[in-house]
Design a protein around this ligand. Structure first.
Ligand code: FA5
Length: 341
């Protein structure tokens, strides 16, 4: 019995030394293991005098239970401690710290294109999408530029191995759209164009145009002037004037270069209009009868106008961007400045 008391006291000391699972296992083995103190006492029971066996047996069992309970309690404490340590060492996420707002925005070309679409839609125009990979027929032949025509040299073209090409102008969609809608029609079709250009501040190899066509009976140059003037006044948010100068494009007759009175100086002359008071904006003209015929429309019955606005250049002007290459570049500062807040 005295020995049991010593074992109990010994355990109480050892219990304080348990700081992790390794020492817990060591202590458990020391007392309850195969040759542990308590186990050895239990083995002794059979050798005792029969009159002492019962009381000693009960005392050993009680000691065993006490130590088992204390060991179990210790184990739970150690496991909880381990979890707490893990939590402490994890990076803390404070959801209450205010974060910097990092929001994306629409590209300036998209913003201006959407504005133009809204204006034309309000005037009854449908909006079509064009292909970026086109047939040579649609890009050239169908707009009255047959093989070996010198006008092909004006648009240095990326040809693909399969004989198709990257469209050099949105006019490439004219034929498909005429065949799709027939006459009368009012359609705009913005799109990305590609030319193998010598790059500079106003020439990119990949740029945007927005084309439009109106075909009906009795359509005249006056209609063309009206729609262009309305569109540009809406885009610049103020009344502008337009003027036509002769221009040559095989798919229109007569063909024009349309200039817009400078919206920045009101025509007095400034940096944007290079002191001329006018800005060259949009080639256009009355659709050539050959083009109408190839599109399945009878030129004896219908006439129409077409225009091909240089959308990328309009965007540059709208936002005062001095180099077209910014529009395809990766400088996020450009987007930051044109961001719609
Ligand atoms: C054409 O592409 C004709 N298809 C436009 C047209 C349509 C005329 C319908 C008549 C009727 P042009 O090659 O001039 O035309 O290009 C039209 C506009 O696209 C130019 O005024 C210019 O603003 C823009 N543009 C042309 N090449 C580039 C380029 N490399 N980089 C940026 N913008 C360009």
């Amino acid at each position: 019995m005295k020995e049991l008391e010593q074992i109990r006291t010994m355990y109480q000391h050892k219990n304080k030394d348990i700081h992790n699972l390794d020492t817990w296992n060591e202590v458990k083995n020391l007392f309850l293991g195969k040759n542990g103190y308590v186990t050895s006492c239990m083995k002794e029971i059979k050798n005792l005098d029969p009159k002492d066996r019962k009381s000693f047996g009960e005392a050993v069992n009680q000691l065993k239970n006490e130590i088992t309970v204390l060991l179990d309690k210790k184990k739970v404490e150690l496991e909880n401690l381990e979890i707490e340590e893990k939590i402490k060492s994890m990076p803390r996420l404070d959801l209450t710290i205010p974060t910097q707002e990092e929001c994306g925005s629409l590209h300036p070309v998209t913003i201006v294109q959407q504005k133009l679409i809204d204006v034309f839609r309000s005037m009854g125009f449908a909006v079509e999408d064009g292909n970026e990979i086109e047939t040579e027929y649609n890009n050239f032949e169908a707009v009255n530029i047959p093989k070996h025509h010198p006008a092909r040299d004006m648009q240095d073209t990326f040809y693909l191995n399969n004989g198709q090409l990257l469209k050099t102008h949105t006019s490439a969609s004219q034929n498909r759209i005429m065949k799709k809608y027939g006459a009368p029609l009012k359609v705009i079709f913005p799109g990305r164009c590609f030319r193998n250009e010598e790059l500079d501040a106003s020439h990119e190899n990949t740029f945007f145009q927005m084309e439009g066509m109106m075909i009906d009976k009795d359509v005249s140059i006056s209609n063309l002037i009206y729609f262009m003037k309305t569109m540009l006044s809406e885009v610049f948010g103020k009344e502008v004037n337009v003027r036509l100068r002769p221009g040559f494009f095989p798919f229109v007759e007569p063909g024009f270069e349309l200039d817009c009175s400078c919206p920045y100086c009101g025509g007095k002359g400034c940096k944007v209009c290079k002191q001329s008071g006018w800005i060259e904006l949009c080639p256009c003209g009355m659709i050539h009868p050959n083009v109408l015929t190839m599109g399945g429309i009878n030129p004896e019955e219908y006439q129409g106008f077409a225009f091909g606005l240089g959308l990328s250049r309009l965007v540059m002007m709208t936002y005062g961007i001095d180099d077209i290459r910014h529009l395809n570049g990766k400088d996020l500062k450009v987007l930051e400045q044109t961001k719609v807040k």
